[in-house]
Design a protein around this ligand. Structure first.
Ligand code: KMH
Ligand code: ZN
Length: 280
């Protein structure tokens, strides 16, 4: 089987140190969590940044600082900034990281309830706008789909010429308001994307490891990290992102899936046309 790409979502915008003290806020903490996840086997770092007090920000300068510092420690890792940011942020605020020299970024492919009164807004026009900017800047989108309708949106926009190859899907399952992360959901989604396209699965909370295992078994890729899940096992807090990554590495051995290096991940995800940027 193909090699396994592990993405680590080290912080997200919602979890706090009160949930798990390893959630990084400062640049130093962010770099350390990224570096340890990379050493453990992550080829891609899905990156949100925070202010020192833990509040989420999409500030370009803050991303620049974090990205440069991560590149210093692990120059080959793929850094995938979020353009989702936090609920309530506006288009151009969210898009700030795309003004930097980056290879990849998230593209959220539909609106959904996001717990309590929150709505994570990604209208069709938002998606077209984000896709256009990423395409112009040759940033490869990680197509985040929280339910089947989001995949349908991608395929429609792909057909109409708003979204381009390479298609790489990320099924983010188990958000309170999105699709659940049961095995049947995973199979439905993986069978709903065109053959030959790649996908990764991110299970929220208790879905993280069962979905990781299913994806490993079926040739998909895996995202784990404190953004999605703070526990190593039931009731046991993960002592950093590295523990979550290591657990996936161990799981992969069971199914003879070797772990992809960042350069192998670039090949698997068809980054070929895009030159690697080491500097900003
Ligand atoms: N924080 C969520 C509202 C992304 O990174 O693109 C959105 C999110 C998705 O995390
Ligand atoms: Zn995110």
């Amino acid at each position: 089987m193909n090699k396994l790409i592990i993405t680590c979502a080290i912080s997200g915008a919602e979890v706090t140190k009160a949930d798990n003290p390893y959630v990084p806020y400062t640049i130093e903490e962010t770099v350390e969590e990224a570096y340890q996840a990379y050493l453990a086997g992550a080829a891609i770092i899905h990156l949100h940044v925070r202010n020192d007090d833990g509040t989420p920000t999409q500030d370009k300068k803050r991303y620049e600082e974090a990205i440069m510092a991560i590149r210093k420690k692990c120059p080959d890792v793929i850094i995938q900034p979020s353009t989702g940011g936090a609920v309530g942020m506006k288009r151009d605020e969210r898009l700030q990281p795309t003004e930097l020299s980056i290879e990849m970024a998230t593209l959220d492919c539909g609106t959904l309830n996001f717990g309590f009164d929150d709505i994570f807004v990604n209208t069709e026009n938002d998606i077209k706008y984000f896709a256009k900017i990423m395409n112009e800047k040759q940033i490869i989108p990680e197509l985040e789909c929280f339910e089947k309708g989001h995949i349908d949106m991608v395929l429609r926009l792909y057909k109409k010429g708003f979204i381009f190859d390479p298609l790489h899907f990320s099924f983010v399952l188990g958000v309170n308001g999105g699709m659940t992360g049961e095995a049947r959901d995973f199979h439905f989604l993986r069978k709903s994307i065109p053959s030959g396209t790649t996908y990764s699965v991110a299970g929220i909370g208790r879905y993280e490891f069962p979905l990781a295992e299913l994806s490993i078994q079926h040739g998909g890729h895996v995202r784990v990290g404190l953004e999605d899940n703070i526990y190593l096992s039931k009731g046991v807090l993960a002592q950093g992102n590295k523990e979550l990554v290591k657990k996936v590495v161990e799981m992969a051995k069971k199914y003879q899936r070797e772990i992809a290096t960042p350069d192998e991940a670039r090949q698997i995800l068809n980054f070929k046309e895009k030159k690697r940027d080491k500097t900003l």
